[in-house]
Design a protein around this ligand. Structure first.
Ligand code: VGL
Ligand code: ZN
Length: 205
């Protein structure tokens, strides 16, 4: 891929793999494909979900609530999750099988105790930037390809935000897996289509 394209490898961390705290079904299955795709990109950014203990997105922080409940927070609806990707924990580490030594940047997100961050561009309040936009602009990036976990949360929100910033944006669907709670995958797919995100298969690259 030319130097104006970037691959964003989203949240391929132990907690999102089978056996992890917020396991995405079949999440491990994408790793070989992601490694292969990454070799074809000069520019690769890796993202890492990175929460403090007692993060606001954890059901355990809300007495009486269970994982996958949805509550209203000051910035909108928030799905509550099992404790996951706690800073410095094994679950937050990048998956062992990920083999992308030439990745240039690892961006962490979700580190503010009171705000979640699915997207690698904006936190869930939709206005606090992570800094990734400036990084990509300064690098002259025009096209963003997104892979990883999970399709219906961090991948979808990142892809929609990439469109907001004017990047031509692709989600490589066979290099992603979904959580799919409360119809979230269908909703995310429709939202990506409406935002002008192109959902493609790796074979089309
Ligand atoms: C994610 C739920 C909670 C994701 C992160 O990476 O898609 N999903 N935190
Ligand atoms: Zn998270």
């Amino acid at each position: 891929m030319d130097s104006t394209s970037v691959l964003i490898v989203t949240d391929i961390q132990n907690d999102f793999l089978p056996g992890g705290a917020l396991a995405v079904a079949d999440g491990h299955a994408i790793i070989p494909l992601v490694n292969d795709l990454a070799r074809r990109f000069k520019n690769v950014v890796i993202t890492q979900d990175w929460h403090p203990a007692h993060h606001i997105s954890f059901a355990s922080s809300h007495p009486g609530r269970s994982p996958f409940d949805v509550i209203d927070l000051r910035y909108g609806p928030q799905v509550l999750w099992p404790d996951h990707c706690v800073q410095g924990s094994f679950g937050a580490a990048l998956a062992d099988g990920l083999d992308i030594p030439h990745a240039q940047m690892i961006i962490r997100k979700g580190y503010h105790a009171h705000t979640d961050s699915y997207s690698s561009f904006f936190e869930a309040d939709r206005k606090t930037p992570t800094g990734l936009t400036g990084y990509l602009f300064e690098r002259g990036i025009e096209r963003v390809y997104v892979v990883g976990l999970a399709t219906d949360f961090c991948v979808s929100w990142s892809a929609q935000d990439a469109r907001i910033h004017g990047f031509e944006t692709f989600v490589i669907e066979d290099a992603c897996r979904a959580i799919d709670t409360n119809n979230s995958l269908a909703a995310a797919s429709a939202a990506m289509d409406a935002a002008g995100v192109r959902r493609i298969a790796s074979a089309a690259l």
